[in-house]
Ligand binder design. Sequence first.
Ligand code: KG4
Ligand code: ZN
Length: 346
Amino acid sequence: MVIIIMRVLGIETSCDETGIAIYDQKKGLLANQLYSQVKLHADYGGVVPELASRDHIRKTVPLIQAALSEARLNGLELEIDGVAYTAGPGLVSTLMVGATIGRALAYAWGVPAIAVNHMEGHLLSPMLEMNPPEFPFLALLVSGAHTQLIAATGIGKYQLLGESIDDAAGEAFDKTAKLLGLDYPGGPMLSRIAQNGMPGRYTFPRPMTDRPGLSFSFSGLKTFAANIIRTGPDNYQMRADVARAFEEAIVETLIIKCQRALDLTGFQRLVMAGGVSTNQLLRMNMSKMMQQRGGEAFYARPDFCTDNGAMIAYAGMLRLQGGSQTSLMISVYPRWPIEELPAIIT
Ligand code: KG4
Ligand code: ZN
């Protein structure tokens, strides 16, 4: 039986962003709504799960309503063929909000629902753009909770080649930013002040590049930064210099490991996704490296790199079209390794 799923509502509530989108197979993205809780958590220096889930409860239904009217404004008779919601990995209490609302809506509308893996959403996000990557490709997923290198040969055909054994790249950015007195999430701010840093003032290590393998370890960089901050002069220039050296170290380490993974797989395409992939230095140097190899790098626009509903609607559409759907029993998976996803046979 051929299942025709044209238009999917996507719901993302895995952490501190409520993202709602409607994706249409023919017309592309019809609506994209996002509410960020960054201000809510700023005073705590990180995401407070209880506050996050309460806020998702407040925002999800009004944002769905807003997305439906945004899509209707384009002059469409709106019918939704399926509902996709993030079911993991993420915070259990926030995942439950999107999963409950999404599953219940699909039941009420009499359409199928699909539980989407957040990391697969990130991995497929560059496919929302004009020049989508074709399989096979190497994926570097760099977010607040994950740093993973994946050999992707099809939808659901993901082989984990390496990941962080401690802090994720985004986590390292956020923790070092905190040491520099910057607000959560500090990644973008750290990157901004790094532009005023003096090159060569400090040199951070490139962790785990002195031995073979594709694992990452970023927690030592934060300790390295802490030692400089404790002993150095306490002024803006020192902070900018530390930020610059830290950013250069993370970027170079990620690129060295990508080169190794490309050598190993023989792939010519690289996809980079997740919040850290918005980093300008990382994009610039990664593109340069891929160009030098005669390959091609693919990134989504910044709004689709950080958490959003569009990637969930899109991944959900592909999975629904592949014949998967989720039963009426609502389950969420705070840990849900991307390699465990079933492949879609096309
Ligand atoms: O993918 P994402 O929005 O959420 C998770 O699924 O974790 O990623 C958020 C992470 C945060 O750690 C944030 O500091 C980092 O991405 N980030 C950046 C930049 N923009 C966001 N890190 C470095 N440079 C940036 N420009
Ligand atoms: Zn994410």
